[in-house]
Each structure stands twice: as C-alpha cells, then as structure tokens.
Design a protein around this ligand. Structure first.
Ligand code: NAD
Length: 414
C-alpha cells in the first residue's frame, strides 16, 4: 500500500474543487508545487554538555496573495511531506478568509517536552538564524503551532531583530502582548469556531438554546469554544480531553469544568460535577446537533463515520476527518464545515497582530473581536453561496472560494 502523504491528499481536494469549477489545469498547476523549501540543521549545546544536531524545515507554498504565513511545529515526527501539506493548507485558509497572505509552515524534529527552557531557546535562536534570510514581515511570517508557543515567538523575534539590527516585530505573530502581541490572539481560534457555529445555526433556522453540542478536546481551541458557546445559551452535552469524556444529556456546567481544568488538571483526575464519564470514541458517536472535533487529526475515519449521529460537524482541529469519512458523512447528509474555514480565527487575528505591528498602533480587545467576527462571518457567507451555486459539500465550496481568489491573483500578476 502507498504511504499516506498529506500533500497528495491536499492535491486531490484541490483537483476536485477545480473540476467542479470547470477550470483548466494550467490555471492552478502552480499550486501543486511549493515555491520554496528550506531544510536546515542546527547544532545545539545541550544542558549535559553534549552537542546535538537538530533538523528543521520551512516551506513557502505560495506568495501569490501576499507574504507566506504559517506556524512552526516542534514535534519528533514532523517531516517534509507534513510541513508541505500544512503550508498548502495555509495558502487556502488565508485565501478563503480573504486575508492578504500566502501559505507557509515550518517544523523542527525535536521533543519539546523533554527539553529544558535553555535548550529550547538555543534551538529556536539557531533555527531563526538559519532561516533569517528567507523570512521577514513582507516575506514569510512564522507563528506558533503544535509544540511551540508565545515564548518561542518571543525568542524568534528577538533573534531576528538582532540579525537585522532593526525592530521588526511583524516578522512573527503569536508573540506576548508586551512585545507586540495582539489582544484577543490567545482566544481567537476558539472564538472563531464559536462564530462559525452560531452562523451555521442562523443559516439553518436553529435556535442556539435548542441545540445540543459535543466537543472533543478541551485544550486552547476546544475550551474557549465551549466557554463562549455556553455563554450564548447553547447546551454542551459532552466535552473531553486525552484522559476521558464527560457527558450529561441535560447539559454540562462548562464554567465549572473550565475553572477545573484551568489549573492543568485532566478530566479523569476527580472532576465531581453532574455528569458521567465515557470514552473519547463514545463521545464522537453521541446523538447531537453539532459535533466539534477540537483535538487531533484523523478522528472521524471510514471506521466510525457511519456511526456519527451529529447533523453538523464544525472542524476546529486541523484534518479531523479523513477523505474516506468525508464521503460517508456526505451520503448520510451530515454537513461538515471544513477546518480551513472553522479554525481560521487564529490566523485572522495573527493578521491583525501583523497590521498593528506594521502601524505601531494597538487596538483594544473589543475592536479585535468585532473585526474577527466580521471577517469570519463574511468568509462563511462566501462559502455558503459557493455551496448553493455549485451544489457541492462545504469543503469543496471552501476550496472553490480559495482557488478562485488564488487563480485570479495568479492571472492578474501575469
Ligand atoms: N491553537 C490554535 O490557535 C489552533 C489554530 C488552528 C488549528 N488548531 C488545531 O486545533 C487542534 C487543537 O489545538 P489546541 O491548540 O487546542 O491544542 P491543545 O494541545 O491545547 O489541546 C488539545 C486537546 O486535545 C486533547 N487530546 C489530546 N490527545 C487526545 C486524544 N487522543 N483524544 C482526545 N483528546 C485528545 C488534549 O487533552 C487537549 O484537551 C489541533 O488540531 C490544532 O492543529 C489550533
């Protein structure tokens, strides 16, 4: 059997969208090839005195609509194919939500949880030095991803500014507020998921108070989505983390669960609220109106898709549904709002952070949240209209909206 290659999966979905649009291969062939791929190695002195060489990547998939934009993943299994696919998805995510960026992504093969703060800082500075000639506020703008965080970005911006001898805060996003981060950035992805869910309810004439919502994953994205949806009166009947899932058909006390996990505790470790404990696999198959996978990729597969009972899936995680599962869900009439739209709140507010850095003028949080709502709701409506026009799934509609913008930009540039 051929090895799973996420970049090939990306090409398959893009080609399906191109077929539905009726465009020629020449119009989109450039998006099958990343513009630039960089492979680097970083010798790092470890705390025990040994020298260890780490490998890393930066892929710039497209700059047709603006500088490349995308996170840097710190993970032991990250590889070139994965980074290439993630970079391409960023191109399409930025295009579907109409922000003026192309797509990029980086990765460093490492085990961040097993490294000291000093080792991580030396590794991050060495990686930044190696890619400094190819990144910049108008070239390619990294951000945090799995295994990296605001501290990582703070080191990156510091190293880059040293190399360039200038204060260029717009080189990375997701920084701490004190050194150019944006208010509202930390909650932006979950807030965007909440806006997309509420807009879907509105489109289908559903009253939020009558909807049952199930959320897999109570991390950064899932917990904020749960908190904000509960504040809107939505009944959250199940949530989970890696340890277990909590279920109450009448609705969970989300504010209580949120404060319980805030201290870093997991749900299995003695949460005593009014609910029963079930497994993550059982959670995915619960009857509900909306299922929000907000944990990991490959959760809804050919194996369990037929047992999913939700009416809508809002993909908060990246790639939670496999291509085979997508086909099964479509046959069952389950509508899937795709990741490139649903979880775009983070990159939208990253864009706002970059704009604030370039202007050296900072906005208050209400302003950021209102602008996020306008941008993501407009994108939702563009995708909704494309779906009506072409009679396709939301995923293909999102790719059509993005591809249309990319192909138009490509043609205009000549
Ligand atoms: N953080 C962002 O801004 C952002 C932006 C876009 C997309 N995403 C995507 O959203 C997803 C979640 O990201 P996050 O930042 O919330 O991560 P996180 O690490 O903060 O949270 C992940 C959650 O999933 C749970 N989990 C881990 N393994 C699990 C398993 N096997 N089964 C069930 N639950 C499991 C964890 O316990 C945790 O509650 C990822 O796919 C990420 O790529 C995140």
């Amino acid at each position: 059997m051929a090895k799973y290659n996420p970049f090939d999966e990306f090409i398959k979905v893009m080609e399906s969208a191109a077929r539905v649009m009726g465009i020629n291969e020449e119009d989109y062939v450039t998006f099958k090839y990343p513009e630039r791929e960089i492979k680097v190695s970083m010798p790092v002195r470890m705390d025990d005195g040994t020298l260890k060489v780490f490998e890393g990547f930066r892929v710039q998939h497209s700059s047709v609509r603006g500088p490349s934009k995308g996170g840097v993943r710190y993970h032991h299994a990250v590889n070139a194919d994965e980074v290439r696919a993630l970079a391409a998805w960023m191109t399409f995510k930025c295009a579907v939500v109409a922000i003026p960026y192309g797509g990029g992504k980086g990765g460093i093969i490492c085990r961040p949880r097993e490294m000291s703060k000093g080792e991580l800082e030396r590794l991050t500075r060495a990686y930044t030095d190696k890619i400094a000639a190819n990144i910049g506020p108008s070239i390619d703008i990294p951000a945090p991803d799995v295994g990296s965080n605001a501290q990582t970005m703070d080191w990156m911006v510091d190293e880059y500014c040293k190399v360039k001898g200038e204060s260029l805060y717009g080189v990375v996003t997701g920084k701490s507020i004190e050194i150019g981060g944006s208010k509202g950035r930390a909650e932006a992805t979950g807030r965007g998921v909440c806006f997309v869910t509420l807009e879907t309810m509105k489109k289908y004439g559903l009253n939020p108070a009558d909807c049952k919502v199930v959320i897999q994953g109570m991390g950064n994205v899932g917990s904020v989505s749960a908190k904000l949806l509960a504040e809107e009166g939505v009944r959250i009947t199940a949530v989970s983390d890696v340890s277990c899932a909590l279920y109450n058909e009448k609705g969970l006390d989300i504010a209580d669960i949120y404060s319980y996990i805030d201290g870093g505790r997991n749900l299995l470790d003695g949460y005593k609220g009014d609910c029963i404990k079930i497994t993550n696999a059982e959670l995915l198959e619960l009857p509900c109106d909306f299922l929000i996978p907000a944990a990991l990729e490959n959760q809804i597969t050919a194996e369990n898709a037929d047992r999913i009972k939700a009416s809508f899936i809002i993909e908060a995680a990246n790639g939670p549904t496999t291509v085979e599962a997508d086909a099964i869900l479509e046959k069952k009439g389950i509508k899937v709002i795709p990741d490139i739209l649903s979880n775009s709140g983070g990159v939208i507010v990253s864009y706002f952070e970059w704009v604030q850095n370039l202007q050296n003028f900072y906005w208050d949080e209400d302003d950021v949240n209102a602008k996020l709502k306008r941008q993501i709701v407009n994108a939702f409506n563009d995708v909704y209209e494309a779906r009506e026009k072409y009679g396709c799934s939301y995923r293909i509609a999102a790719y059509i909206v993005a591809l249309n913008r990319l192909v138009t930009a490509r043609k205009l540039r000549g």
